[in-house]
Design a protein around this ligand. Sequence first.
Ligand code: PLP
Length: 447
Amino acid sequence: MQNNNNSSFDLSLNLNVRGMPLSATLFINELSNKLRQQGKKIYKFGLGQSPFPVPKIVVDELRTNAFQKDYLEVKGLKALREAVADYHSRRNDILRSADNVLIGPGSKELMFLLQFVYYGELVIPTPSWVSYAPQAKIIGRQVAWIKTKGKNKWRLLPEELHKICENDHFKPRIVILNYPSNPTGVSYSCEELEELADVARRFRVILLSDEIYGELNFKGNHCSIARFYPEGTIISGGLSKWCGAGGWRLGTFTFPDSLAGLLNGMAAVASETFTSTSAPIQYAAVKAFKGGLDIERYLWNARKILSALGTKIHNILTSGGVEIPEPEGAFYLFINFRNFADKLKSKNIYTSMDLSTRILEETGAALLPGSVFGRPEEEFTARLAYVDFDGSRAMAAAETIPSEDSISDEFITTYCSHMLEGTEKIVDWLNGKLVEYGKEYRQNFTF
Ligand SMILES: Cc1ncc(COP(=O)(O)O)c(C=O)c1O
C-alpha cells in the first residue's frame, strides 16, 4: 500500500497571507538559537523580551490561582478590569472604570482585533514596532507611513502628523504612537504629547497609544497622551514588558466612553475567537496592576539596570562613530550607521538587511535591520535590544544596593559582560579590526 503522508497539499491560502514570512524578530531569534546550538558565540541583540523574572508576589498569586478553571467573561475578569482602571488613574491621572477595559491574550492580539473591527487607515510613524503593518496587511487595511527623522530622535512631530491628516481631512484613521519606543528607546515629554494631542483632536483621529514600555521609562515619569486627548485615545498595555511576563500572554486596552462601540465590537469578535484570556493569569495580573511596595522596588531596580546598561552601550557605540539617540526607556537602541556608508558599500553592503547579516556572520552580533521597522531598505539602520543577560542574577544583585545608589560600571561589567563584549565586537568590525576573524568565522556559517 502506498503511504501518501508526505505528499504536499495544493493549499488555497488567503491572498493577504500568501508568502508572508514569520515575524522578523522571531526569525532572528530562531536563527541566533540555531547558530548558538552549532557552537557559535552569538550575541542575541535581536529579540526584545524582558530579561527579568516575573515579580515573586505575582508568581505566588498565579500559583494560588492555578485551580481557576472556568471560562471568564469575554471582556476580562471584573477585578482585573477594575485594577487596570485604578492603575491608570493612579499612574496617569486618567479616570476610567472597569467598563472601559478589555483584556486579551497579549496586546498584540488586541491590536489585531482593533484593526479588524475598525474600518479605516492605519497611520504608522517609522521606525516602528514590526507587527503593526503586517497585521494591517493580513486584514487588508491601508497603511500610511510617516517617516520620522534621526535628527528629531525618530519622534513624530506635530507638523508631520498635521501634514498627513490634512491630505484628507475626514478619512477615518487610527494613528499609532508608541513610547518609550520599540525600536528607538526614546520617549516623549508631556509637552510634546500635548502638542500631538492638539493635532489629533483637530482631525478627530483615533490614537492607539502603545504604552507597553511605559513603566520602563528610566526616570519613572512616563506621561500618557490620554491625559491630553482622553476622548480619542486607547491606551494599550500589558504584563509582557514591565512585569517580565511576555509568555503569560496578557494585554490590556483601556478606552474612553466615547469609543465604547469599538470595545464592544472587539469583544464580540473575541467571543467568537479566543473566548477569554487564561483564568489563572488574569487572577495573577490583578496583583501586578494593584502595585505596591514590592512591585515598586522591582520596577525601580529594573529601570536602574536597563538605564545603566543602555547608556553604557550607547556610549561605546557612539564613541565608535555611529549615531544613536540617548535611550530614555525600554531596552532598545536604534543605530544609524550612515557615517560608515562609503566603507559599507566598499564591502558590498547596500541595505540594512545586508548590514545585519554581515554583522551577524562576522561578529556573532544579531541585530535587526532597520527595514523591518519600516525604514527604507538602503538606509543603514539597525535595532539593538540589550536584554541578553541573566536578569534574575542582576535583579538579585541590584536588590542588595541601597535604593538611592546608582548602578556602577563594575556592576554592568559583572552582570552584563556578554552584552558589552558583543558591542565592542560591532565597534571593532566597523573599524576594520575583525576582518581576519570574520573570514575564519564566515566559513562556519551555513547560510
Ligand atoms: C511596541 C510593542 N507593542 C506591543 C507588543 C506586544 O506585546 P504583547 O502582545 O506581549 O502584549 C510588543 C512586543 O514586543 C511591542 O514591542
